[in-house]
Design a protein around this ligand. Structure first.
Ligand code: ASP
Length: 296
């Protein structure tokens, strides 16, 4: 039996219905690809669909950095250790497909900034502006109130105002496993709104926001700096050697919370158990094994 689980970010999700629709559509496309083309195409199809949907914080509709520009992180990994990632990449529509090219066409694991953009153009990715009015409004509100979630030093520098906190992540991720046990994981994000230009989060770093091994595959969402510190995806996959995905992810989300890390995780272990957990108010996600489909 094959399995697919995807997420559309964790936090306080405002547009719940739009998220659900987006998850449903991405899950459907991913599942078709899983049956016809395998786990890699499945996670790419699911993530591309969410990168096209401005309700999610990735691709078109990504969060803006402090200079009101989009810089995206994305990565893909297979259970045989193949990995490709891009960091702080501007002006493409589908960063996850550039990450795939890094995996398949280069001798490297991770390309960043101008170099990543040059590589994308060389690979035929057309110029595209992923910024939206909605994200600009969010950033301007945050700057005005001097309250940028997860950027305490910057917020303090802007001014002290503890009033309204708008907490929302919308990174997307997908984990797929076929009936032979091959696992693929993909994660894509615009990062944190108001971040400094050049900031790289957990999503493109193997072991932090994305990881796959023979024990399982995991994609994370949440506060990137803290996920990086704890190397959550690697820990989760290691844990899946002896425990099931639901057990490991639940334990890790609780442990991460005790370390001040707000996050959500999705994963599939080597036996085919699907797991998800979060310590935030909510997380948007969906999964299917062909028999049972759940959308939240
Ligand atoms: N983990 C992402 C980051 O920090 C944000 C998110 O999950 O939405 O870049």
């Amino acid at each position: 039996m094959a399995q697919l689980i995807i997420h559309g970010g964790a936090g306080k999700i405002r547009e719940e219905e739009e998220h659900r629709k987006g998850i449903q559509e991405a899950l459907k496309l991913g599942w078709e690809a899983l049956l016809n083309q395998g786990p890699l195409e499945a996670v790419l199809a699911a993530v591309c669909s969410m990168e096209d949907n401005p309700v999610f914080n990735c691709g078109f509709g990504s969060s803006l950095n402090l200079e009101k520009e989009v810089e995206m992180d994305a990565s893909v990994m297979l259970s045989d250790g193949s990995f490709g990632g891009v960091a702080a990449l501007k002006a493409v529509r589908h960063p996850i497909l550039v990450a795939r090219k890094v995996m398949e066409e280069t001798d490297h694991l991770l390309l960043s900034g101008d170099g990543a953009l040059k590589f994308a153009r060389k690979m035929g990715f057309e110029p595209f502006d992923p910024a939206t009015e909605e994200r600009l409004k969010i950033l301007e509100e945050q700057i005005q109130s001097g309250n940028l979630p997860y950027l305490p030093r910057l917020s303090r520098a802007l001014r002290e105002n503890p009033s309204q906190v708008f907490e929302k992540w919308g990174t997307v991720g997908a984990v797929a496993r076929d009936d032979t046990g091959v696992i693929a994981v993909a994660t894509s994000t615009g990062g944190i709104s108001g971040k400094l230009p050049g900031r790289v989060g957990d999503s493109p770093i193997p072991g932090a926001g994305t990881f796959a091994s023979n024990f399982g595959g995991v994609s994370c969402t949440g506060h990137g700096e803290e996920i990086l510190r704890l190397l959550l995806a690697f820990r989760a996959c290691e844990g899946m050697q002896f425990k099931t995905a639901p057990q490991v992810l639940e334990e890790l989300a609780t442990w991460a919370n005790s370390r001040g890390c707000s996050c959500g995780l999705i994963g599939i272990d080597w036996r085919g158990n699907i797991g998800f957990a979060f310590n935030t108010q909510s997380m948007s996600y969906g999964f299917t094994d062909g028999k049972r489909t759940v959308i939240f």
